[in-house]
Design a protein around this ligand. Structure first.
Ligand code: ZN
Length: 407
């Protein structure tokens, strides 16, 4: 009996599914097709299929397509699509097709009773892409000759940090006046006005090793100096300003008790929410390195410090310069969704960070509102797909109007 009722409910569910899918409006069909392409970051062939799916859509909208080979890492190609406008100003969208989960174990499904659509990578970041395409389609159909160049950048490996593409993002950032990130809004629909940046320092201190029991021999303990450096640096931790200096790893030359350590290394991760704070910490770091405490009691020699910057991800800053853009997006959401939302800070970096510099402005979280990212219950609110497409369309209209008004 139990088996029979399970079978019946499955048939009913399947019927419901095929029935619903046939009636899906265009953007939902596109989303279903995109979600059904298996594109976990490591699945290069699958990700490339998803990238090609997106480039076909953009090509039909009059975008010039570039597929850029990863210069250093193994991945599918970066997609950069550009539609020329009549001015030199550029709006760049940034999103990604790679996902954490896969549709084989977590397929596209509708739960319209709860206003949800579920699926692997649906919120992060496939629905964001589909909202963007939907907005562009309606925008271009009404505004064939737009002022701004419109660029859509789609990463094939964002979920693993987009290795290999950071320099290209940086260069694209310098030719972007406004950057709009398609990462999901949170479950309440809040958008992201700032994201912390990070800088990773690999620090090596060279002292002079010796036996710790022998007196009269020259020695400088590199680990003692490293301990001093960490103590001084950690004073700049500031939760309120979202500055964090974190030592994630320390390695020393020896593993014994009776040795004066001649070489010591640390991996330091600094987080900040503005470029000014990044420079502030960097200056303090250099000052600390230039004024070492440890010296040889016999020769007066001091330690030598070497550092390299292993990753340098700028922040998406919430400055007065992007206030107007933020207000305009919030107002669009109020008009379209009938609710007031907030702009929030996110501690984690995303691709948009690498496009940011001191000249441009950006906002992230313009994708549909969703939750349970990277889990087997990842979802978006079903109506959010269309609503956020409308918000993006509104925003493009507002930016065009600003340009006409010389703003
Ligand atoms: Zn993402």
């Amino acid at each position: 009996m139990i088996k029979e009722s399970v079978r019946k409910s499955k048939i009913q569910k399947d019927k419901k599914r095929s029935f619903s899918y046939d009636l899906l409006p265009g953007p939902y069909k596109t989303l279903k097709e995109l979600v059904e392409i298996s594109s976990q970051s490591k699945n290069i062939e699958g990700v490339q299929k998803a990238q090609n799916f997106c480039s076909d859509i953009l090509e039909k909208l009059g975008f010039r397509i570039e597929h850029i080979i990863n210069p250093t890492n193994k991945s599918a190609k970066l997609l950069v699509a550009t539609r020329k406008g009549q001015s030199s100003k550029t709006i760049s969208f940034i999103g990604h097709t790679d996902t954490v989960g896969n549709p084989e174990s977590y397929p596209f499904s509708l739960d319209l009773g709860n206003n949800k659509i579920l699926g692997a990578g649906i919120a992060d970041d496939k629905a964001g892409l589909v909202s963007c395409f939907t907005a562009l389609e309606s925008f271009i159909s009404k505004t064939c000759h737009h002022h701004h160049n419109i660029r859509v950048i789609i990463s094939p490996n964002e979920e693993v940090g987009s290795p290999g593409f950071h320099r290209i993002f940086k260069n694209l950032g310098y030719v972007s006046d406004i950057v709009l990130g398609l990462e999901p809004a949170d479950i309440s629909g809040n958008i992201i006005s700032s994201r912390s940046g990070n800088r990773w320092y690999k620090l090596r201190i060279n002292g002079r090793s010796a036996h710790s029991g022998r007196f009269g021999e020259s020695h400088i303990n590199a680990s003692h100096e490293l301990a001093n450096i960490i103590t001084k640096l950690s004073r700049y931790n500031n939760e309120f300003k979202k500055i964090r200096v974190n030592v994630g790893s320390i390695q020393t030359q020896f593993k014994t008790f009776n040795t004066i350590c001649g070489q010591s290394e640390a991996k330091i991760d600094v987080r900040f929410s503005s470029l000014e704070d990044r420079e502030f910490i960097h200056r303090k770091f250099l000052n600390i390195l230039n004024t070492p405490d440890q010296e040889c009691p016999y020769t007066g020699d001091t330690v030598k410090s070497f550092y390299s910057i292993e990753d340098d991800c700028p922040p998406l800053s919430n400055t007065s310069r992007n206030e107007h853009l933020l207000e305009s997006i919030k107002e669009s959401i109020r008009l379209i969704e009938g609710k007031k939302i907030e702009s929030i800070h996110s501690g984690g970096a995303a691709d948009i960070n690498y496009l940011m510099n001191e000249f441009n402005i950006g906002v992230d979280g313009l994708g549909p509102s969703g939750g349970k990212l990277h889990t087997t219950n990842e979802y978006i609110w079903a109506d959010s797909l269309i609503n956020r497409a409308k918000v993006i369309h509104h925003t493009l209209n507002a930016l065009e109007k600003n340009y006409e008004n010389g703003l």
